[in-house]
Design a protein around this ligand. Structure first.
Ligand code: TZP
Ligand code: MG
Length: 311
């Protein structure tokens, strides 16, 4: 399995959305379309049925080198050798789940408000679900958290998060705009007539948004003529186990993602290393001689000002 944190599209099973079509056939289509995380979620199945579906999905997801997560049941996750579990707020037991699953299996926690996100991060969750972003028939009666909660999590939380709930191809842009870099859907994918195509379309939107953030408009003619390069404000994070994760920062008022550790790395990443520039980090001008040992933290706010002409 490649690094599971690289996932952009997470698909959860929802058999009620595809009557007459086999679970495995539908899920294989999602994998062919680019699903990079799969969760078995079935609130109606017996544990015996879940075990049988879990084993079958384990074999399928292995073929595609994609992590399998089991909703609700740590024992089933262990039994089918899944990569992890996903637990809701009402399930509790993050500590107990970690004890049973060990440090290497993935634990995801659903969150609906920032206090829950903070608690999950503190408690050692590997990722959080953020939702339902919009009202959804898959979790009827749940109040929508709206894209503003996505924005709050994107700004503050450093472990990976996935936006979920009522997300469709028509509203996903708004969710990405709010700072999500990973999305999850049930009905819009497995309920689609062509789940592989739905996945491809979701993925291309997620990737377009990521590319747009990366391509900060440094060098754009209009800005160049004013001598100002707005780079961004990103916020990056370091994973709970010390790995380097993407930070999100703000550069010249625009949000973007970076893996740069230092200001010098960031300028390099932006392709601006050969320009004459002044960098202001969190309100303080940083002399160029210190760019190498100036750390870029998640949430940093940076202004890059480019000199034009002989100035
Ligand atoms: N957790 C939060 S919302 C949700 C879950 C499992 C349901 C997502 O389903 P859909 O059909 O994509 O709205
Ligand atoms: Mg649950």
């Amino acid at each position: 399995m490649s690094d599971w944190r690289d996932w952009e599209l997470y698909v959860i099973t929802g058999e009620n959305y595809h009557p007459g079509r086999e679970l495995l056939a539908v899920m294989e289509q999602t994998l062919q379309g680019g699903a990079r995380m799969v969760q078995l979620r079935d609130k109606w199945a017996s544990k015996e049925e879940l075990l049988q579906k879990g084993h079958a999905l384990r074999a399928l997801t292995r073929k595609y080198n994609v992590p399998l997560i089991i909703n609700d049941y740590v024992d089933i996750a262990l039994e089918v050798e899944a990569d992890g579990v996903h637990l809701g707020q009402e399930d509790g037991g993050l500590e107990e789940a970690r004890r049973l699953l060990g440090p290497d299996r993935i634990i995801g926690i659903s969150t609906h408000k920032i206090e829950q996100a903070r608690a999950a991060e503190r408690g050692g969750a590997d990722y959080i679900g953020v939702g339902p972003v919009y009202p959804t028939g898959t979790k009827p009666g749940r109040e929508a958290v709206t894209p503003s909660y996505v924005r709050q999590v994107a700004t503050e939380i450093r472990i990976p998060f996935v936006a979920i709930g009522g997300i469709t191809l028509s509203n996903v842009d708004e969710v990405l705009q709010a700072g999500a870099t990973r999305v999850c859907a049930v009905s819009a994918i497995v309920g689609s007539a062509d789940p592989a195509d739905a996945c491809r379309q979701f993925l291309s939107k997620v990737q377009e948004a990521a590319a747009a953030k990366a391509a900060v408009s440094i060098g754009a003619d209009a800005r160049a003529s004013r001598g100002i390069y707005a780079a961004a404000g990103a916020s990056a994070g370091t994973g709970t186990r010390g790995e380097r994760l993407v930070k999100r920062i703000i550069v010249n008022g625009l949000e973007q993602a970076t893996r740069a550790d230092s200001l010098a790395d960031l300028v390099l990443e932006l392709g601006q290393q050969n320009r004459r520039m002044i960098a202001e980090l969190d309100g303080t001008v940083v002399d160029r001689s210190r760019w190498h040992d100036t750390t870029i933290e998640h949430g940093a706010v940076l202004e890059l000002v480019h000199f034009v002409g002989g100035g």
